[in-house]
Design a protein around this ligand. Structure first.
Ligand code: UTP
Length: 496
């Protein structure tokens, strides 16, 4: 039988052989060149194959493999949403109003803490960390969780999170399972970081890594962007990809198997976070909320936190850019901002709610970004201004679906100082300073005087391993019988 270029001659499983320029070539892909071309052209994306003739066998195989895993139906939806978005950003949604927020008063805190502790002791609480982001503003070469942040030890961000999980497990005589979302870009490096640090003392069987999905990007004409002749540009599908990734990876089943009912969710960049704070858990359970959100007063009207609002009778979260200037700057009689409370992505979810939500189609958010692309000469171009559109899902789009949402206000000085930027606000420098200030307040609380600078900030670097002490009360216990640390040198209290 005569064969021509592109003819499929064998095609079982993940391997396909076909005739290419008179040679029989085998590609470890489910897709032939012809199938790829047909599918792409049907979606007006035929340009993806424009370098085909210049690719070697491996590159061709890689490209076909990538195309075979691409959801072209989704690409079609992205393209049509982008078209609408570029035409008009107007919204017909009702005016938002600030959502109700409760503060954890001292008398309720004690009872709520007891309730939260009993859930922890019963092994009903799991911890979920999203760490799949690219950390582009920080510009660190590696997963953000591997960034050294310890003010004395240079311990990495993952260390502080993992040691808190370990400390909770010990305090409540249980195993708190730790679910960590990574992405294709940082999964191997994240796992290697845990291996290198001997899992920070955790039992590896209680750590569950799972990878989020990757999405392509489009140019202004809705065309897929190639970042190399044989590769489409792909980036993580946003923290809103958490639930679908948890479902496909078996993470949700694992949670069920372990008998969990409440999941504490947080982000990798904030080492001040009170992981699975018992008082927060207790409030959430008392109120029978399906989703709870820790919120704090905004630093200033322009701070870019998501805002919890009430709209059409439901609680939802909007990006701060969705508020008009007038809404952002509006104040109440007591001087506080009318839209005062922002979310720092610390949540509690009921597992039943997560399971219900896992198959819900999430809205796509579009952002105009600088995306490396492949020029006509096949070389990669790094643009200096936005040239394409990325699509992301946001975790907070689950909010309006919850039967009950509870917003709990907390004091940001104690719980929030993220590492977002390389310099300036929300940078490693401000974060280390806030960590030291927090631990300095613990010393104050137990009556140990630290040397202070003129501004009242501790004059020496301090660091406390969360497994050594998770609260001021534990710090007092630990220091009661032992020798006091030398307060004229950097203080590093750690479990030996
Ligand atoms: P950010 O929105 O701060 O994004 O993520 P980022 O990727 O860390 O940093 P930039 O914007 O590129 O500078 C908030 C949290 O959500 C996680 C991040 O890892 C971080 O913990 N995240 C974000 C994901 O897990 N996946 C994503 O696709 C995006």
């Amino acid at each position: 039988m005569e064969t021509k270029c592109g003819d499929k001659v064998r095609g079982q499983g993940v391997e396909t052989s076909f005739i290419d320029n008179g040679r029989c070539v085998t590609y470890p892909s489910r897709m032939t060149f012809d199938e790829a071309r047909r599918r792409l052209e049907a979606e007006s994306q035929g340009h993806v194959l424009r370098f085909w003739e210049q690719l070697d066998d491996t590159q061709r195989s890689n490209l076909l493999e990538q195309i075979s895993t691409l959801d072209l139906g989704l690409v079609g939806r992205m393209r049509s949403q982008l078209g609408d978005w570029l035409k008009s950003k107007d919204t017909t949604a009702a005016e938002p109003e600030p959502a109700g927020v409760v503060k954890l008063a001292d008398d309720r805190r004690a009872v709520a803490t007891l309730r939260g502790e009993s859930a922890l002791r019963a092994g009903e609480v799991g911890v979920l960390l999203v760490a799949g982001g690219q950390g582009s503003r920080l510009g660190f070469d590696g997963p953000k969780g591997a960034y050294p942040i310890g003010p004395v030890s240079d311990a990495v961000l993952f260390y502080f999170h993992a040691r808190k999980v370990l400390a909770l497990s010990k305090a409540y005589d249980t195993t708190v399972p730790f679910y960590i979302m990574t992405s294709a870009s940082n999964d191997a490096a994240t796992r290697a970081c845990f291996e290198e640090h001997k899992w920070f003392g955790l039992n590896p069987e209680a750590v569950f890594f799972f990878k989020q999905g990757m999405w392509p990007a489009l140019d202004a004409e809705g065309r897929l962007i190639l970042e190399a002749p044989d590769r489409l540009f792909m980036s993580p599908d946003g923290h809103g990809g958490t639930l679908s990734a948890l479902q496909t990876s078996g993470g949700l089943d694992d949670m069920v198997r372990r008998g969990l009912s409440t999941i504490f969710y947080f982000q990798v960049d904030n080492p001040l976070v009170e992981v699975a704070d018992p008082a927060f858990i207790g409030m959430h359970l008392f109120e029978e909320a399906e989703l709870s959100v820790k919120v704090c007063a905004k630093r200033d009207p322009e701070e870019g936190l998501g805002m919890v609002v009430q709209r059409d009778g439901r609680c939802e979260m909007i990006e701060y850019t969705e508020l008009t200037r007038e809404q952002k700057y509006r104040r109440r009689e007591d001087g506080s901002l009318y839209f005062n409370y922002g979310s720092v992505a610390i949540h509690l979810f009921q597992l039943d709610f997560l399971r219900r939500e896992a198959s819900v189609e999430m809205p796509m958010h579009i952002a105009h970004k600088k995306i490396p692309f492949c020029g006509d000469d096949g070389k990669v171009v790094k643009p200096d201004k936005p040239n394409g559109y990325k699509f992301e899902k946001f975790i907070f789009d689950h909010l309006p679906h919850a039967n009950k949402v509870l917003n709990v206000a907390f004091d940001r000085a104690d719980e929030f100082s993220p590492v977002k930027n390389a310099k300036g606000p929300d940078s490693p420098e401000t974060c280390r300073r806030d960590l030291i200030a927090k631990w300095g307040r613990w010393f104050d609380a137990i009556g140990i005087e630290l040397p202070r600078d003129a501004g009242g900030h501790p004059a020496i670097p301090i660091e406390i391993d969360p497994f050594y002490a998770r609260t001021p009360a534990q710090l007092r216990e630990r220091l009661r019988d032992g020798p006091l640390p030398d307060l004229n040198a950097p203080v590093w209290l750690k479990e030996t």
